[in-house]
Write a protein that binds this ligand. Structure first.
Ligand SMILES: *Cc1c(COP(=O)(O)O)cnc(C)c1O
Length: 462
């Protein structure tokens, strides 16, 4: 019996399913999970001493690789001063300054302890601000596990075949309207069917929780325009994409793209957009268009905690000022703004600021994509490899993947075989066909060479 098997047997007796988050249990790919005793750079070391090249990166946070010396030093320095004060601390201010500087649509920000808290609180805030109850989300978008959002969610909920969790009251679910991602007509219809009732639309602007899916051209602009027309708030859930694809997340990436195509888009707006958006504009020409992809509120997490538990939500000052203690929308947290988590996150963000690694990460992502596509072509196997920067996924299907339904056309049996072959050869991908893969700056060099080789061999052996 391996050390991992022994630990898992003990865990199964005391922890439901042996894990503290469902996808870790390997249910969708079969077999028992391995336990990790340490991680460094791109490598996990299992309790049995195996070394694995890690494409999960703790589900996104580890963009600098595991246990980066700068982040470790920042946590150690903070630890010297104490672990929690229950009062405001200086790190919180620095974190808020960094987030608002990087993400122009965020004028004010509130820290919390997880992505789930961030989205849950942003929804409450949107409801309080608009005095409306209904929300729109997209099938396959995962926004954490709060009741209102655990409806047709992707990720672990999808993997386990229960997109709708038991225990979510029908009375709560009925206020969540779920429509397909990338479907403008369905969005228009949802607004038409619920006039004056939609508080907000929440979206992963690039989906990372049914595998990785990119928006069709014009989709995010359409979301912006329609929400503005109906007086609903647009919430970008950038818990996964924030600071991963660009310093300003998807909204930063898309704003750059839009600036290039500015003439084609008409913008109408019934609610004011953040002044920060205007000050971020470089040329008058781009003004109209940059506005058109900026959300009212943004949810963050993962990378901003540098590997410690963190979430945040922020956006327009007039909306954020509805929060307690100055407004009527209550939101709180005993450990929110925790000094260790802030110190780790600040170090992670400063590193991104200094290194601006996004072009390098995209080159790594392209290498993996090209290797997988080439191997699949040689094998005569249809695959889709959506990739942007350090995020990608591999769907074994000939159907272009652009929403939940097309993601499900991926052959899960092939994925499972591919997953286990890679794992046996030392490359760890997420244990589900419906999760994105992540790269870190530490994957450069021999890790990426080896991983491309292993993935190509695995595809060849399918
Ligand atoms: C991970 C994730 C969440 C939930 O964050 P937790 O910290 O796991 O609660 C929410 N939204 C998106 C897009 C995520 O990827």
């Amino acid at each position: 019996m391996t050390v991992s098997d022994d630990l898992f047997a003990r865990a199964l007796r005391l922890i439901p399913g042996g894990v503290n988050s469902p996808v870790r249990a390997f249910r969708s790919v079969g077999g028992a999970p391995f336990f990790v005793k340490s991680a460094r750079g791109a490598t996990l070391t299992t309790a049995d001493g195996r070394e694995l090249i890690d494409f999960v990166c703790t589900w996104g946070p580890a963009i600098h690789g595991h246990n980066h010396p700068r982040i470790k030093a920042a946590i150690a320095a903070a630890l010297d001063h104490g672990t929690s004060f229950g009062t405001p601390n200086p790190y919180e201010v620095e974190m808020a300054e960094l987030i608002t500087r990087f993400v122009p649509s965020i004028q004010k920000v509130r820290m919390c302890n997880s992505g789930t808290e961030a989205t849950m609180s942003a929804i409450r805030l949107a409801r309080g601000f608009t005095r409306r109850d209904k929300i729109i989300k997209f099938a396959g978008c995962y926004h954490g596990h709060s009741d209102a959002l655990l409806i047709k969610a992707g990720s672990g909920a999808l993997t386990h075949g229960h997109p709708d969790s038991a225990g979510v009251p029908a009375s709560v679910a009925q206020d969540t309207v779920v429509i397909p991602y990338n479907d403008c007509a369905a969005l228009d219809a949802a607004f038409a069917a619920n006039p004056g009732q939609i508080a907000c639309v929440i979206v992963e602007p690039y989906c990372g929780n049914v595998g990785f899916i990119m928006p069709d051209a014009g989709w995010l602009q359409h979301l912006r325009i329609v929400t503005a027309q109906h007086g609903a708030l647009l919430i970008y859930d950038e818990v996964m994409t924030g600071f991963r694809l660009h310093k300003a997340g998807v909204q930063g990436l898309e704003s750059e793209e839009c600036t290039l195509h500015s003439e084609s888009i008409q913008h109408t707006n019934s609610i004011p957009l953040p002044p920060a958006a205007h000050s971020a504009l470089r040329t008058p020409h781009s003004a109209l268009v940059v506005q058109s992809v900026l959300p009212d509120l943004t949810c963050l997490g993962k990378i901003i905690g540098g590997g410690l538990p963190v979430g945040a939500f922020g956006g327009r000052a007039d909306v954020m000022d509805m929060l307690a203690p100055i407004g009527p929308v209550y939101q709180a947290g005993t450990l929110s703004g925790n000094p260790l988590a802030m110190a780790a996150g600040i170090a992670a963000l400063r590193l991104l600021d200094e290194e601006n690694p996004y072009a390098r990460l995209d080159a790594l992502g392209r290498r993996v994509r090209d290797a997988v596509l080439a191997a699949a072509k040689a094998k005569g196997l249809p695959v889709q490899v959506p990739q942007c920067g350090s995020m990608f996924s591999i769907f074994f299907t000939s159907t272009p993947v652009r929403d939940y339904a097309t993601a499900l056309t991926g052959d899960a049996t092939l994925f499972t075989k591919f997953f286990h072959t890679c794992l046996a050869k030392g490359v760890y991908l997420a244990p589900s066909a419906y999760e994105a893969a992540f790269l870190s700056t530490a994957h450069a060099g021999s890790a990426i060479d080896r991983a491309c080789e292993v993935m190509s061999e695995a595809i060849n052996g399918l």
